[in-house]
Design a protein around this ligand. Structure first.
Ligand SMILES: [Zn+2]
Ligand SMILES: [Zn+2]
Length: 247
């Protein structure tokens, strides 16, 4: 079933009617969306590479990848680490259709964005472009989770920013890639995306989780070919560094 037609504001209204004054997780009385106790189940991305926001175990300025090749985006904002409650909420949304999870997930990102743009008087992008899924994935899932997240995020931000989910398309179904190695997958990525029309000069590219950054990189290549000169990347969460990459 396609739930993407549902208004995010409607979802929020229903949500608040049922859960107002209660913690989203444990349902105890709380003036906050998440009570203090449940907040401990979230890992905030506080120690990271200054550029790509890769969470690290030790304080660093630039990670090895950013030293080798500076990213194409202007800035990347990602408030959470892909662990604990965040991982549960994202997988619940994507694989068990828990639409209500969008509210909490977007809550942290909306706060981070408001702090970044409003508090620092930085110009907001001209369009929000979610990282697209291939139509086969959307059909399989029955809904587009990035469209749901984008609508919820925009409702929480309450700013006049258009959702442009037609400016970037995924044309190649690259999901069954288990037989491809990392470098083969990397080469395939830019060919997976396509911009059917001109893109505004300053855009926000939005993804749920950023792991290696190769998807984001492929999308930005296409957005820049189609007219973008400045791309801000927004994500709910960043996958932590493996092993001891923070050295
Ligand atoms: Zn709680
Ligand atoms: Zn980095």
């Amino acid at each position: 079933m396609d739930w993407s037609f549902l208004s995010t504001q409607k979802i929020s209204q229903v949500y608040y009617r049922h859960f107002l004054d209660r913690c989203f997780f444990c349902q105890i009385k709380s003036t906050q969306l998440i009570c203090k106790n449940c907040l401990n189940g979230f890992f905030f991305n506080e120690q990271h590479c200054q550029t790509c926001k890769l969470p690290t175990s030790k304080p660093i300025n630039l990670c090895g990848e950013c030293q080798k090749k500076p990213p194409q985006y202007n800035q990347l904002l990602s408030p959470l680490v892909y662990q604990g409650h965040t991982k549960t909420l994202i997988t619940g949304l994507k694989f068990s259709s828990k639409y209500q999870n969008t509210q909490v997930l977007c809550h942290f990102l909306a706060q981070t964005l408001q702090d970044h743009y409003q508090a620092n008087s930085k110009p907001w992008p001209q369009a929000l472009i979610p990282v697209p899924s291939h139509i086969n994935r959307v059909r399989q899932r029955g809904f587009c989770h990035m469209t749901l997240l984008s609508r919820n995020l925009l409702a929480q931000l309450a700013i006049d920013l258009p959702l442009s989910n037609k400016l970037l398309e995924k044309t190649l179904d690259t999901a069954p890639q288990h037989d491809l190695n990392k470098s083969q997958r990397h080469k395939l990525k830019p060919k997976s995306f396509h911009c059917p029309s001109e893109v505004p000069s300053h855009v926000a590219l939005f993804d749920d989780v950023i792991t290696t950054g190769s998807t984001i990189d492929a999308c930005i290549t296409k957005l820049k070919e189609a007219g973008a000169t400045k791309v801000d990347v927004w994500s709910l969460a960043r996958t932590p560094a493996k092993g001891d990459e923070s050295n």
